[in-house]
Design a protein around this ligand. Structure first.
Ligand code: HEC
Ligand code: HEC
Length: 380
């Protein structure tokens, strides 16, 4: 019997059709063999179905462990097993979906519901206890009273505006300046979209043992004080830009292309004078392939022009410190095989999406307009 012809490929498992030319003539034996093959095929298909269910541990490792580490420590808020045992499944799922806009926790809109559920179940398995289920009933405290309590008991750590930038810096990747665990942004739209009123009440009542967040029942606050605080924190929701907007814009192309009417060297000169005309400094030119291949093999007709404008740069960094990783801005000039020249620029409007930070939207739009004007002028 020769096995070789591929019958079908099912989820990377090749099922081979056996050529029966060498089979014995006995019809009983042939029937038995065919039955065996049918059962084997069925088993293969079924087993690949089971394997296709998302693996929470592997997904966690891929998407979360870089920050939260395998045991749930790491940067940001540690996902300690004991703490995760006190939050509802929905809180974990929604946190994965929304992230924390403007903080380091990304949003994961691309994961399927099954994948989010699998990651949540995996985190749940650390403590082995079912998560609490809170009622949806909103808490109707007095936000005005909550505001003054907040000023007394909370703002030193969570900051006046709830941004978490009180005693901690709030947005760094590192810890250990003033706290082992940085106070999070409790008015962050990602947090407010994920935590129910009842959960926020619970956190204030019980605190987060092992961190600077203590139980405010122990401090002497009464149940109605805590309800007032919850209503004050909730009132930030209506003042925030919507979280969903930050996740949009995925239809935008990542790069923009422009054809130059000039030759390679003239295009570069023209681009530089357009930059200077708009008060941008340009840094030393750099070949696109620099560092990617041996110096003698670099294509010298592909040049990256890096530029910046400190005023704009600082305004953007104030909103999004992580931008420092990607700046300065750059436009690449490429001579193509037929001698024509193209400019390639990053699409600035994608920045607020990349950084999951809605506040960057206006600045990124402004930067986008300026970039287009510079390119227009250079190619005039
Ligand atoms: C790039 C780093 C990074 C990655 C990747 C990341 N997180 Fe986070 N996560 C953070 C930070 C930082 C915070 C704290 C946010 C804040 O300070 O407001 C956080 C907060 C959380 C919280 C809230 C914890 C609490 O105490 O309320 C949960 C839950 C969470 N992350 C789950 C996940 C899961 C699940 C994944 C993977 C799907 C993930 N995170 C991926 C950095 C990250
Ligand atoms: C001494 C600093 C400090 C003070 C004061 C403080 N917190 Fe916290 N708070 C923290 C820290 C640190 C965390 C993160 C703990 C963790 O989850 O690991 C936290 C977490 C929280 C959380 C959960 C947020 C999340 O993303 O999971 C809420 C809600 C909260 N605090 C509300 C309050 C309120 C309301 C007050 C005032 C009554 C207050 N905190 C006072 C340090 C503080």
């Amino acid at each position: 019997m020769v096995c070789g012809t591929t019958l079908l490929v099912y989820q990377n498992i090749k099922v081979y059709l056996c050529t029966f030319c060498n089979l014995p003539q006995d019809p009983e034996y042939r029937r038995m063999l065919l039955r065996f093959l049918a059962v084997a095929l069925f088993a293969l298909v079924m087993s690949s179905h089971v394997a296709a269910a998302p693996d929470g541990a592997a997904l966690y490792e891929t998407h979360c462990a870089a920050c939260h580490q395998v045991s749930g420590g790491g940067i940001g808020l540690p996902l300690a097993a004991s703490k995760m045992a006190t939050v509802p499944d929905d809180y974990i799922k929604l946190t994965i979906r929304h992230g924390r806009v403007g903080r380091i926790m990304p949003a994961f809109p691309e994961l399927s519901d099954a994948q989010v559920n699998a990651i949540t179940a995996y985190i749940r398995s650390w403590s082995g206890v079912a998560g609490p289920v809170y009622e949806d009933t909103p808490i109707n405290g007095n936000p005005e009273r909550g505001k003054s309590l907040y000023g007394i008991y909370c703002s030193s750590c969570h900051a006046e505006d709830g941004s978490g930038e009180g005693l901690g810096t709030g947005v760094t990747y590192s810890r250990g300046r003033n706290f082992a665990v940085m106070p999070p942004a409790i008015t962050n739209p990602g947090f407010l979209a994920s935590a129910s009123d009842q959960m926020i009440r619970q956190v204030i009542m019980l605190g987060r043992p092992g961190t600077a967040m203590q139980s405010f029942l122990d401090v002497g606050l009464k149940q109605n004080d805590i309800d007032d605080l919850v209503s004050y924190i909730r009132s930030f929701e209506s003042r925030q830009a919507s979280v969903d907007r930050a996740g949009g814009d995925t239809e935008e192309p990542a790069a923009l292309f422009f054809d130059s009417p000039y030759d390679f060297d003239s295009t570069i000169m023209s681009l530089k004078s357009a930059l200077e005309g708009r008060n941008f400094r340009h840094l030393p030119d750099r070949h696109l392939e620099k560092g990617l291949t041996g110096d003698d093999r670099i294509n010298r007709r592909q040049m990256t022009i890096r530029y910046c404008n400190f005023e704009l740069l600082y305004r953007m960094m104030r909103v999004e410190p992580r931008l420092g990783v990607g700046l300065p801005c750059r436009i690449t000039v490429v001579e193509q095989d037929d001698g024509s020249v193209r400019l390639i620029a990053m699409n600035m409007r994608l920045i607020s999406h990349l950084f999951n930070n809605d506040q960057l939207r206006d600045l990124a739009d402004e930067m986008h307009e300026i970039q287009l004007e510079i390119i227009d002028e250079a190619l005039l």
